[in-house]
Design a protein around this ligand. Structure first.
Ligand SMILES: NC(=O)c1ccc[n+]([C@@H]2O[C@H](COP(=O)([O-])OP(=O)(O)OC[C@H]3O[C@@H](n4cnc5c(N)ncnc54)[C@H](O)[C@@H]3O)[C@@H](O)[C@H]2O)c1
Ligand SMILES: [Zn+2]
Ligand SMILES: [Zn+2]
Length: 363
């Protein structure tokens, strides 16, 4: 029987979200029901509400979450009720052409629950990124649940489910930052700050943080930036060259999602360096570069989907690093709020007041 719980729904484009009763079906084959304990408020949730992702309203928002498995359907593998899990939005299929070639982090056919959660009148909901975790309970594909050490704080490690993993992975996996590298990170929100932490974990020598908001630059310094550049008052390209012996950084990570910033990242890079684009553009954005610069500067330009992570491989390791005190995920939790606080959290995000507001549900 379906279970009715409270969830945060975006009913129409641009309208404030509302707390609604939703119905969560019992898990079918390959599915799991999870009691959500914590879920971060990410920019992508706001993009959904504003119709920036697609028009499949109503949306059940929330996708950076941790919780406990309540029940599983057949074929859920080793996943069992009681497991403490972080949810992921790229459950790899193991069968597509990319998985078969041994590159599951690019999986072209990632899995979600087959059944729909609905409003109480039966209207089907579209869960954000196939998760929908601003709810007391959600239904996902079993592969979207990654079991991690249950001693971790859900509000901190749930953030690995999206922005923090995307940022850490942008540095570690997409950018392949290594010991002694110089790195510049453009945009120091949750994603950029996580990229800074990833660069630090990888042994980067110089980590330059770029943002237009001095409050963000201060936090970036706390998390490991060795220098900061205020893009509102300085030219980031010149500043980064000056900080890297006149050459530019080995790896430049764009974590804003803006063509001008991508251009800055392109030119702030040393010859044969790497540009990683983890910020998400809108469909109308365009970039134009002299082809001679594209060729002449060499190196690599790499988009980063979810930090090229593999949740089953990476979440447990990162949770262990967190428990050892080597990954300060707690610093990302600016405040904890109830389900009814999501709309206000969007406003705070717009004003740049928070890294992450995190919805915490009764335990
Ligand atoms: N690739 C992925 O898998 C993935 C996953 C999650 C999020 N994202 C994307 O990453 C981006 C960042 O997400 P977030 O949660 O950190 O957002 P955020 O809003 O918290 O942070 C963005 C930061 O960029 C700064 N900024 C804005 N314009 C700037 C400019 N011109 N120069 C320098 N800094 C500037 C802002 O002050 C802010 O600190 C978004 O586009 C988001 O959609 C991508
Ligand atoms: Zn696949
Ligand atoms: Zn997200």
């Amino acid at each position: 029987m379906a279970t009715s719980v409270q969830g945060v729904v975006a009913r129409r484009k641009g309208e404030p979200v509302s707390l609604e009763t939703i119905l969560v079906p019992e898990p079918g084959p390959g599915e799991a029901r999870v009691r959500v304990q914590a879920c971060g408020v990410c920019h992508t949730d706001l993009h959904y509400r504003e119709g920036g992702i697609n028009d499949d309203f109503p949306f059940l928002l929330g996708h950076e979450a941790a919780g406990v498995v309540e029940s599983v359907g057949e074929g859920a593998g080793s996943l069992a009720p009681g497991d403490f899990v972080v949810l992921n939005w790229r459950a790899v299929c193991g069968e597509c052409r990319s998985c078969r070639r041994g590159r599951p982090w690019y999986c072209f056919s990632t899995r979600n629950a087959a059944q729909k959660m609905t409003l109480s009148d039966g209207t089907p909901l579209t869960p954000a990124l196939g998760i929908g975790a601003f709810a007391e309970m959600t239904l996902v594909a079993a592969g979207q649940c990654t079991k991690v050490d249950s001693r971790a704080r859900p509000e901190a490690v749930g953030l690995l489910g999206c922005g923090v993993m995307a940022g850490i992975g942008a540095a570690l996996f997409t950018g392949e930052v290594g010991p002694g590298d110089s790195v510049a990170v453009f945009g120091c929100g949750g994603v950029g700050d996580a990229a800074i932490m990833g660069a630090r974990l990888a042994g980067a020598h110089t980590i330059v943080a770029v943002d237009r908001d001095p409050r963000k630059l201060e936090i970036a310094r706390e998390l490991g930036a060795t220098a900061v550049v205020d893009a509102a008052s300085e030219d980031p390209v010149e500043a980064i060259r000056a900080l890297t012996g006149g050459f530019g950084a080995d790896v430049c990570i764009e974590a804003v999602g803006h063509p001008e910033v991508l251009k800055q990242a392109f030119y702030a890079r040393d010859l044969a360096g790497t540009v990683v684009q983890v910020g998400v553009p809108t469909p109308e954005m365009r970039i134009e570069l002299p082809m001679i610069d594209f060729f002449g500067r060499g190196g690599r330009l790499k988009p980063s989907w979810y930090g090229d992570c593999l949740p089953s491989r990476d979440f447990p390791v990162l949770v262990d690093l967190y428990l050892q005190g080597r990954l300060d995920l707690d610093r990302f939790v600016s405040e904890t709020i109830p389900l009814s606080g999501v709309e206000e959290a969007f406003a705070q995000m717009g004003r740049g007041e928070v890294l992450r507001s995190v919805v915490v549900l009764g335990r």
